[in-house]
Design a protein around this ligand. Sequence first.
Ligand code: NAP
Length: 269
Amino acid sequence: MKNESRIYALFGNPVTQSLSPLMHNMVFSELKIDASYRAIRIEDARGIPGQMRALGISGASITIPHKTGIMPYLDTVSDSAERIGAVNTITHTDGRLLGDNTDWTGLVLALSDALEVQGKRFVILGAGGAARAAVYGIINAGGTPVIVNRTKKKGEQIAREFDCDFYPLDQIRRVTGDCLINTTPVGMFPDMDASPVDIKTLERFQWVMDTIYNPLETRLLKDATRAGLRTVSGDAMFVHQGAQQIRIWTGLEPPTELMKRVVLERLSE
Ligand code: NAP
């Protein structure tokens, strides 16, 4: 008897711009897995478990705005997702929905392609879900995170939870480190002329990473290159978080280089 084709999905709102269907369908085809991946727009996170059960969805990616809202409706949540406070991956096994977070792995693997994380100091701009994943991942990989955020209360909260330093954004000139990581949406399409920091600030770092991948080369990364710094763009994090989802769902090693190529090609169009 022929096994039924597996279904995977992305749940979020909006989902039309996502590159996850392109990337994951390519991986399934490359690994010869009989499965398909589709994007499903959903307004209320509470509807996700019902849809996964009704449609027999084996695994899902969760994106904005449901990464935190979905958590109470899952059967189990991994320690990392619990600490970060966000789930971006669900696995449906034996009727149970397990939540995980691969944004932190994605960020660490993207950084590790460019530098040794262990022993370095990372200055993280922002205090949202991506910043929390960055702080968790960097501590896990032996680096030291420092939070810099516009709103003091949110930055101080992360600093307390993860026992790291915090500076308000207007004092960033006082902060030093090896690598600056932008996890704010400043510089994202369509506001592509914006940068979260000025060039003078950049000169105190050796590496700059932007988690934004649209555009591929943000104003921040252009300024960093001009200042002679090495850069890491957000597509690397996107590909690595997706690769980790494939490992969790299938136990197989994904074709990461091919995933990078497909994503880069689409983003460069
Ligand atoms: P979020 O929870 O909304 O947090 C955004 C943070 O950015 C907040 O701390 C906010 O500061 C700060 N911010 C927003 N506008 C700002 C401004 N004009 N000036 C200074 N700070 C500002 O969002 P998120 O889920 O963390 O996502 C943030 C970004 O990460 C997204 O835009 C996305 O590009 C990127 N991301 C990339 C990947 C990837 O795979 N490459 C994965 C996840 C996320 P306040 O606290 O002051 O409001």
